[in-house]
Structure formats: C-alpha cells, structure tokens
Design a protein around this ligand. Structure first.
Ligand code: TYD
Length: 206
C-alpha cells in the first residue's frame, strides 16, 4: 500500500473510429514525459484473461451473454490492474469503461438499465471515473475511418443505426453529468483532439 494519495482514474470514450485510443495514448505519453506515473489500459482487455474475453467478443453473442463478457473483463481489470495502480498513486487512463456499457448494451442494445447498473457496480467494485473524456463523432465518419480494419469485436460490426444510438447514449450520459464529462469534437485534427483532451486531463489532475 502507498502512503500517498489515490491516483486519478481517467476514462476515454467514443464511438467506433472516434480516435480515442490514439488520443488516450498521446495524453498518457505527455503525462509520462512530465514525470507522472501513468498506467494506460483498455477495455475489453488489459489483462491476459481480458484479452481472451476480447477474442470471445469477436463472436456475435446474445445480448446478455455479451454484457456479462464485457463485465467479466471489467471485473478482472479493475481488481488486478486499475485498483492496485490507483492505490499506488498512479494516474490510470482507461480506453473505454462503464460508459461504453451504457451506450452500447443499454442504449443501443436495449438491455434493462437497472439490471445493468447493478451488475456493472458489482463488476467495477463501485469504482467510477474521475473524468470521462468523450470524443464525439458522426457515426458515419467513425465507421468510414474503421473500414478495412481486421476482425473486430462484434459491436463494431453493427450498422449505422446501432452506432447512431450509441452516440445518443453517450450524449445523454454527458448531459446528465457535465461536471465529470468533457465532450470533444473528434472531427478536429488528431493533434488538436489530443491537445484538448490533455487540457481537460490536466485540469482534473490539479
Ligand atoms: P475495439 O476494437 O476496441 O474498438 P475501439 O477501438 O472503437 O474501442 O472494440 C471495442 C468494442 O467493444 C466497441 O465496439 C465498443 C464495444 N464495447 C461494448 O459494447 N461494451 C463495453 O462495455 C465495452 C467496454 C466495449
């Protein structure tokens, strides 16, 4: 256990092809260059078991099976990577977290929000982000950016209508929690997106 303060938990979110993984990596590199201890991880994945679950998610699963696969990966990541890093005082940057579940499984797939909230709270051990950096993009543009990429998690292969709902699900969450959510226009050049994201992260770390 560290005697220092708990680290901050920053989550990057966005629709498929929003460029959030690039922005999250750029912000992590800038913080590290400034001497901060940073753990950059992703969902689904981030642990050997989580990466195996990601491979499972390439199958099109039934909606509840899909939910619990994402939550299994989350439970493993929180308990073995995120929680220990935060307790050690590191800043944790996670590429996707619970807001993805509410956008994709609840808003787009239509699963019961009350059940999902309870199951997610159990999987995440009650952990919530200090800041959510949401990269907002027109889903048609996002999907076009991803076209031609290799095999993807099944949610990424859904059509435009699904991804429109995902965006709506994100914007509703951002509207409901404006203090914790930073919405960034992901159609801007990647360097500008990373700059804006860094500004918001630095403010949250103060
Ligand atoms: P990935 O290939 O990592 O896409 P991206 O680079 O856009 O993050 O695939 C992750 C997919 O999993 C993406 O379509 C969003 C989806 N997802 C959910 O549906 N629910 C979740 O809880 C999480 C974490 C991800």
């Amino acid at each position: 256990m560290s005697s220092g303060a708990r680290g901050r938990f920053i989550v990057f979110e966005g629709g498929d092809g929003s460029g959030k993984s690039t922005a999250a990596a750029a912000v992590a590199a800038r913080l590290e260059a400034a001497g901060q201890r940073v753990v950059l991880t992703r969902e689904p994945g981030g642990t050997p078991a989580g990466e195996a679950i990601r491979a499972l998610l390439h199958h099109r699963l039934s909606p509840w099976a899909e939910l619990f696969a994402f939550l299994a990966a989350r439970a493993e990541l929180v308990s073995t990577v995120i929680r220990p890093a935060l307790e050690g005082g590191a800043t944790v940057i996670c590429d996707r977290f619970a807001p993805s579940t509410f956008a994709y499984q609840v808003h787009a797939r239509g699963l019961d929000p009350v059940v999902v909230r309870t199951a997610n709270r159990a999987a995440a051990g009650g952990l919530e982000p200090d800041l959510v950096v949401y990269l907002d993009i027109d889903p048609a543009a996002g999907l076009a950016r991803k076209a031609g990429e290799g095999p993807a998690v099944a949610t990424g292969q859904e059509g435009l209508e699904f991804h429109r709902k995902v965006r709506e699900g994100y914007l509703l969450q951002a509207r409901d929690d404006p203090a914790r959510w930073a919405v960034i226009d992901a159609s801007l050049p990647a360097e500008r997106v990373a700059e804006l994201a860094l500004e918001r992260v630095l403010r949250a770390l103060r």
